[in-house]
Design a protein around this ligand. Structure first.
Ligand code: NAG
Ligand code: NAG
Ligand code: NAG
Ligand code: NAG
Ligand code: NAG
Ligand code: NAG
Ligand code: NAG
Ligand code: NAG
Length: 688
């Protein structure tokens, strides 16, 4: 461009910009209100101090200072600074830049007018940022906004500026959550904790864990194979407990210590775990333990009229209620035959009373069509709506005075890897969420139907508590590995943060698909406290490591260690190898292993094996390339064609469906577990 044109345009923009104010970048979820001011921005330096108002430092559990400490750790990680001063309880801002956390913000309301502790105010000047929560959780969410702004407005080198101004923010709904089916699929608490930490960056506040269920296949369920059909019950009873037999495999259950560490880790990030034990349907684990409890001919349904059934269910809750810190638990209670409506309703009400009497907690149940002329479910039970029309009609429930959570499957159900007849997408259907409500509006917790406006309500409807989207795992352990589960959840969690915090058509500041898309990749990549992306820093270019192992004697010197645990797809792992025995491990990392035998990929978390239909020849050099992308992993052996690692999913006994597997690279150790033979050049590169 000629200088002649540039000079006047610079002058013009300086004139316009000099006194003007810069506003915040579009964070996820959007902030309710922000007024930029014309002062200089806040510039983050390694000298920044996190200060906590001493009058509130110990308020709450986790307390304001606990949240401040977690915030400081996140700041350290995200800024890339080598050091940050410790958190100090003081109101003396001193000299230099500071971030001050305090309470006493205005009394903000949810859209339904009820007060919320989750609001906060933020005030940004060049030397101090004040984050003032209504309650401690509000202050915590304010720190998430600050961190998002720091990375959205900053440079990758960590020099971050935040525009001056002030604003307030508060959620539109109380319940903003996601559910994972941990009954049909085993998940380790470390992975689930990381999901909480990730979701917390987008201000989701609930993780609903569906912790008991079974696979469904009539060829097993309704034949004498039912005792062998896979079921899960994840809370491990204490030694000597009368409930000991309810867990089909003890290694696929959470100890009280592990569960509570997860619960604490989630709470430290503002996320409440809402546990679900699903009865009287979906209860094969209980029938496999006590067959006399089943409804005759239906091993996954319990007979509520059988004298020992309800005491058994209550005995389970009695043992596990003391584990849980949430004020609510879910008793499931979905998909029970409607001919037993009265028994069902009386069961739900009895459980509500029992759990309240035992623990002071209230209960949630999935919406279930149970017609009865004589009884109705207690209004103290929150109904989690998921299905028209077999379920109850949510606007009618609200009108009758029930409290409702929206999990309507049209918008909010996902299934692992695939779903029967492509009924559900892999991740939330974004066009539907941005504009799929009647009249082209966006989805929000008050929207239950995409086509029939009479089934929807307004954002402030009394009793409408919020929404939870659900990832089911209908095909069990071998359909998906944790990395694939995270990929299904990652974008959805962020969009759901926006839609349950701000809604649609309420606030002028709400995000659009365009502003969401612009911010999401940065926020996903920089979300602190976990590395679900399995991101690594390459040694140079796209090369994670390149090792010439020729001459390394694995028998005498043992495996080679790289220092890199696990690397997400897309990657290419190439290696020359001469195995002399059919056993042992080629590569192993925290997520996966690759065995010599049949080049089997092992998903370490579920201990599931995915083999190729042949093995490498023994005593002969082979050159193997493993190529992995988001949707698949394949090998090329001695430059001969692509062989995919696949799984076979049992689609409700109707058919076996082939699916690809996407595996993180097993990167930490090479030639382990008794490997015999030799390696040559081993290279791990980013990119498939
Ligand atoms: C918020 O409400 C409480 C209780 O009604 C009241 O004591 C407090 O002063 C209010 N705070 C503000 C900032 O309005
Ligand atoms: C349920 O249990 C009751 C009481 O034992 C029994 O009379 C009834 O036949 C059982 N129903 C079914 C369907 O199993
Ligand atoms: C809407 O609600 C009516 C009852 O009010 C119900 O019969 C119908 O199935 C619902 N339709 C949709 C599309 O949700
Ligand atoms: C946002 O990103 C999604 C996923 O990449 C894409 O399908 C969609 O078209 C994008 N929308 C806009 C408005 O950029
Ligand atoms: C638990 O043990 C069973 C039986 O040995 C095994 O099949 C399963 O893979 C194990 N699960 C895990 C997660 O290790
Ligand atoms: C493993 O490879 C052998 C041939 O090397 C083959 O016969 C066998 O079927 C393979 N096993 C599996 C589980 O694919
Ligand atoms: C995966 O598990 C299903 C049971 O849900 C089983 O039928 C299938 O054979 C398994 N597939 C593989 C590849 O192990
Ligand atoms: C696996 O992925 C490849 C490459 O995208 C594709 O051609 C193949 O159809 C996929 N297989 C299955 C079973 O989905």
């Amino acid at each position: 461009m000629p200088l002649m044109v540039l000079v006047p345009s610079i002058i013009v923009s300086l004139l316009v910009l000099a006194p003007s104010a810069v506003t915040l970048a579009p964070q996820i979820p959007s902030i309710a209100s922000f007024q930029p001011s014309s002062g200089p921005p806040f510039i983050l330096t390694p000298a920044v101090r996190v200060l906590v108002d001493p009058s509130y430092a110990n308020t709450g559990s986790p307390s304001l200072i606990d949240f401040a400490n977690t915030f400081r750790e996140d700041l350290l990680e995200m800024s890339g600074f080598d050091y940050l001063p410790s958190v100090v309880p003081t109101s003396d801002f001193g000299i230099g830049v500071a971030i001050y956390l305090t309470l006493g913000a205005g009394n903000y309301s949810l859209y339904n007018g009820e007060p919320t502790e989750e609001g906060y105010e933020i005030d940004i000047s060049s030397d101090v940022i004040t984050i003032k929560g209504t309650g401690v959780l509000g202050a915590w969410w304010g720190t998430r906004s600050f961190l998002q702004q720091a990375v959205l407005g900053g440079t990758p080198s960590g020099f971050m500026t935040i525009p001056a101004g002030s604003g307030w923010d508060a959620p539109g709904w109380e319940v903003r959550g996601f559910m994972l089916d941990a009954g049909r699929h085993w998940f380790e608490t470390s992975f689930l904790t990381d999901l909480c930490i990730y979701a917390s960056f987008f201000k989701l506040n609930e993780f609903h864990i569906h912790a008991s269920d079974n696979l469904w296949d009539p060829n097993w369920l309704y034949t004498d194979l039912w005792p062998e059909l896979y079921s899960g019950f994840r809370f491990r009873p204490a030694d000597g407990s009368p409930n000991y037999g309810v867990v089909p495999q003890l290694n696929d259950s959470w100890s009280q210590t592990d569960f509570q560490a997860m619960q604490t880790g989630c709470a430290a990030h503002g996320v409440t775990i809402v546990p679900e034990i699903d009865t009287p349907g979906h209860s094969l684990a209980i029938s496999q333990w006590k067959p006399e409890l089943m409804l005759a001919g239906n091993p996954d349904q319990l007979n509520l009229s059988y004298p020992d059934t309800i005491p058994t269910i209550q005995g389970l809750w009695q043992e596990f209620l003391p584990w849980f810190t949430s004020s609510e638990v879910s008793i499931g209670a979905d998909e029970y035959p409607s001919q037993y409506a009265d028994e069902y309703i009386s069961f739900v009400n009895e459980m509500s009373d029992y759990i309240y009497a035992q623990s002071g907690k209230s209960i949630r149940a999935w919406g279930t069509y149970e017609p009865s002329d004589t009884s109705s479910i207690s209004k103290s039970v929150t109904i989690q709506h998921w299905d028209f029309p077999g379920d109850t009609i949510p606007v009618q429930l609200l009108a009758e005075g029930y409290r409702v959570i929206n999990s309507e499957q049209t918008f909010l159900y996902l299934d692992g890897k695939t779903s029967d007849g492509d009924e559900f997408p892999l991740s939330l259907n974004e066009p539907l969420l941005w504009s799929g409500a009647p009249g082209g509006a966006g989805w929000a917790p008050n929207i239950f139907s995409a086509s029939d406006a009479s089934n929807n309500t307004y954002p402030g409807a009394p009793g409408l508590r919020g929404a939870i989207f659900a990832l089911w795992e209908d095909w069990g352990n071998n359909a998906t590995d944790p990395w694939e589960v995270y990929q299904q959840l990652a974008r959805s969690v962020a969009i759901f943060g926006e839609k349950t915090w701000a809604g649609s058509g309420v606030r002028s500041t709400q995000l659009t698909a365009g502003t969401f898309n612009a911010s999401y990749p940065v926020l996903n990549a920089r979300a602190p406290g976990q590395n679900l992306n399995r991101a690594v820093q390459p040694a140079y270019g796209d090369m994670v490591f390149s090792l010439d192992l020729e001459g390394h004697d694995f028998t005498t010197s043992g495996p080679v260690t790289t220092g890199v645990q696990s690397v997400a797809p897309p990657y290419t792992l190439s290696f020359a190898v001469t195995p002399t025995s059919g056993t042992g491990t080629l590569f192993r990392g925290e997520d996966t292993a690759l065995l010599v035998q049949n080049l089997t990929f092992v998903d370490v978390a579920t201990n599931t094996y995915f083999s190729l239909p042949f093995s490498l020849p023994l005593g002969v050099p082979s050159v193997v390339e493993v190529h992995a992308a988001a949707q698949y992993t394949y090998a090329i052996i001695n430059a001969q064609g692509e062989v995919y690692w696949t799984t076979l999913m049992d689609i409700w006994g109707e058919r076996m469906q082939l699916g690809n597997m996407s595996f993180p690279a097993p990167a930490l150790t090479i030639g382990a577990d008794g490997f015999e033979g030799a390696f040559g050049l081993v290279q791990l590169r980013l990119g498939a």
